[in-house]
Design a protein around this ligand. Structure first.
Ligand code: ADP
Ligand code: MG
Length: 634
């Protein structure tokens, strides 16, 4: 076939293929148009999940009669004028292709009236063929009716699902817009029956409560912060309130619903250690920033955007939520509420809590300081550890030195963390201790220490009493040691005699190859091996006890979520975290007395030992004075 120009109708159909996937996509585009027209009331009616009819009625500014035809023409918009406008989009739409696309693949009626017009005007389209514009009765505003979506694209039409499924997608599209704009009245009906009615409200929480239920709304915590030009605000759920998937994470950018893997990852990190593996945080967050700070023109449906400063946003979300959790002192709540005596002395309790929180916050502020430093010209790398003073770490990297462990005893039979439980250790799905035992160790040179519930170590210090989370402490120690070894090039690679092929998903293979150099710094040598298979030819010697393919798979998560926003050092740092987490002892592991001693002795070798790499505290401290006060001695 010789090269020829495609007909406009075919071009529109191709565009429609991208923008309009199912009834819900048309609902989204039409609702966005109503929002852009400054409507204060938007009603959506669908029949048979939107496959038979979608009707959107708004009271916005309307379209002048002489522009109706243009509104249905491809690449016609009133929202941007020149290329510069593309980089400061202040409306939800701007591509000028939604109406034309829908008109191409349905039977559409567009009725509208502006405040200046005495009456309404309407135009019809069927499979892209436009009628004449004629008069009609209509209030100020716009009504769009879309019937028989994809009637002229049988393959698409066939791929539509049952009405209930399509309705579920419509509801989700409706919810995303209704959530972003609480001051607008919205209503949705299906087959003439009301589904949702939302009266405009000033409070976001009210809207969330109507859409997601009172119970959820009552478990939300307000978070807010301002960094550079970015104002972050919204609600996150108390960590005891989670979902089994990540669908209840509503992130808005200047009131536009977006999905962003990196920011979702930041959210997950903020909850790390507070929720069980397999559970997902709930969040409703809005990022308000100057339109120039983001490129929304990267995705036909505009749900994915490109931030100019994604790394900062990641940090802002993580630190804002984390700080809030620390300040809310989620765990301490139970402690004070259970104790009537302490409740009497609220001020005292608050002060102690404040001290604890201030101390626990250390990590987040360190981390923020790192962020700030990044901006300076003499950016210090995250791996500038040479200046630190510590003796060569005696702790074996993958496990505690157990040469002294009783043969055949519990400690000896405990293997290294396996794939299934390693992730769990970072959250709380730790191994269940069947019996609870309290064991004390101590000697002339070591602090007396006790293991509780196979997960906490309690010891005496000069200041008072310290309680460690054994997994978090070990993870932190391993992390610091890994960093030190990398910095001093003492990280050895062990070549595999028989390189190991690993089959990956295409995106995973691409990420592994892209970050090949970073992986190599960790001693992990990976090469492409055709298709989506990669070949592991070298492996960090210190992880010799772990299965190379399994470790690579563990590393995929931080690699995949890295995206383009994170620089290589950040990616590398995340890989270190993952390895440290995987190699550390778990909550639920019973430790022999000598192991407890070794672990506690190691804490002096690392800075920041009171925080695990994820920023969650590894220890709580009660000073003697605190205790004296609590017991009313002073
Ligand atoms: P875009 O929203 O990207 O501009 P559309 O194809 O969705 O493109 O709409 C084309 C134009 O039609 C819009 O720019 C706007 O001027 C007008 N329009 C569409 N829907 C409405 C509406 N509900 N109220 C007022 N004007 C509308
Ligand atoms: Mg539009």
């Amino acid at each position: 076939m010789p090269i020829h120009r495609l007909s406009q109708s075919l071009i529109n159909k191709i565009a429609a293929g991208e923008v309009i996937e199912r009834p819900a996509s048309a609902v989204k585009e039409l609702m966005e148009n109503a929002v852009d027209a400054r409507a204060t009331r938007i009603h959506v009616d669908v029949v048979a999940g939107g496959t038979e009819l979608i009707r959107i009625v708004d009271n916005g500014h309307g379209i002048p009669a002489d522009e109706l035809e243009l509104a249905l023409t491809c690449h016609a918009t009133s929202k941007i004028e020149d290329a510069d406008d593309l980089f400061r989009v202040g409306t939800l739409g701007f591509r000028g292709e939604a109406l034309a696309s829908i008109a191409e693949v349905s039977r559409l009626v567009l009725r509208s009236r502006t405040a200046e017009q005495p009456g309404g005007a309407q135009i019809e389209a069927a499979g892209g063929r436009l009628s004449e514009v004629g008069p009609c009765g209509a209030p100020v505003g716009t009504t769009v009716e879309v019937r028989d979506l994809f009637f002229n694209m049988p393959v698409r039409r066939k791929s539509l699902r049952a009405a209930q499924t399509e309705l579920a997608h419509v509801k989700e599209a409706f919810t995303r817009i209704a959530l972003a704009l609480p001051s607008i009245d919205f209503a949705l009906t299906h087959n003439d029956r009301p589904v949702v009615e939302l009266a405009g409200t000033r409070g976001w929480l009210d809207r969330i409560a109507v859409l997601f239920g009172r119970e959820l709304a009552e478990n939300l915590i307000w978070v807010e912060s301002e960094q550079s030009d970015v104002h972050l605000s919204g609600y996150v759920a108390h960590p005891s309130y989670t979902r089994s998937n990540n669908q209840t994470q509503y992130l808005f950018l200047n009131c536009r619903y977006i999905r962003d893997r990196s920011l979702q990852h930041a959210l997950r990190e903020a909850y790390r250690g507070l929720i069980m593996t397999g559970r997902w945080p709930i969040a409703f967050l809005n990022l308000a920033m100057p339109p120039e700070a983001v490129d929304v023109n990267v995705h036909p449906t505009k749900t994915e955007v490109r931030f100019h400063n994604g790394g900062h946003l990641y940090g802002q979300i993580l630190s804002t939520i984390r700080n809030k959790f620390l300040a809310t002192d989620l765990h301490a709540r139970a402690r004070t509420e259970d104790d009537p005596a302490e409740a009497c002395d609220e001020a005292q309790a608050a002060k102690i809590r404040q001290e604890l929180v201030g101390w626990a916050k250390g990590k987040v502020s360190d981390w923020e300081a790192d962020e700030a430093r990044e901006e300076g010209p003499d950016r210090q790398t995250a791996f500038d550890v040479e200046s630190r003073s510590w003796s060569d770490p005696p702790l074996e990297i993958t496990r505690l030195d157990r040469s002294w462990a009783p043969a055949g005893g519990h400690a000896a039979s405990r293997g290294l963390p396996d794939g299934a439980s390693s992730g769990a250790a970072c959250s709380d799905g730790s191994r269940e201790p069947r019996q609870t035992e309290v064991r004390t160790v101590g000697g002339p040179h070591s602090p007396r220490a006790v293991q509780f519930h196979n997960r906490y170590l309690v010891t005496e210090s000069d200041e008072g009493l310290m309680i460690f989370d054994q997994h978090a402490l070990h993870e932190r120690i391993l992390y610091e040691q890994l960093r030190a070894r990398v910095a001093s090039s003492r990280l050895e690679t062990q070549s595999l005699l028989v390189p190991e092929p690993v089959d990956l998903a295409p995106a995973e293979a691409a990420a592994v190859i892209e970050h090949g150099e970073t992986l190599e710094r960790l001693g992990m040598k990976v090469e492409p091996f055709g298709g989506d298979t990669v070949l592991i030819s070298g492996y960090p010697a210190m992880l010799a006890n772990l299965n190379p393919a399994e470790v690579l798979r563990e590393l995929l998560d931080p690699l995949m979520t890295a995206g383009a926003e994170l620089d290589r050092e950040d990616v590398f740092d995340r890989l270190l975290h993952t390895i440290a987490c995987k190699a550390a002892i778990k909550a639920g592991d019973r430790l022999a007395p000598e192991e407890i001693t070794t672990l506690l002795e190691q804490r002096h070798l690392v800075d920041n030992a009171h925080h695990c790499p994820h920023g969650r505290p590894t220890a709580l401290v009660f000073s003697r004075e605190d205790l004296d006060r609590q017991f009313k001695r002073i």
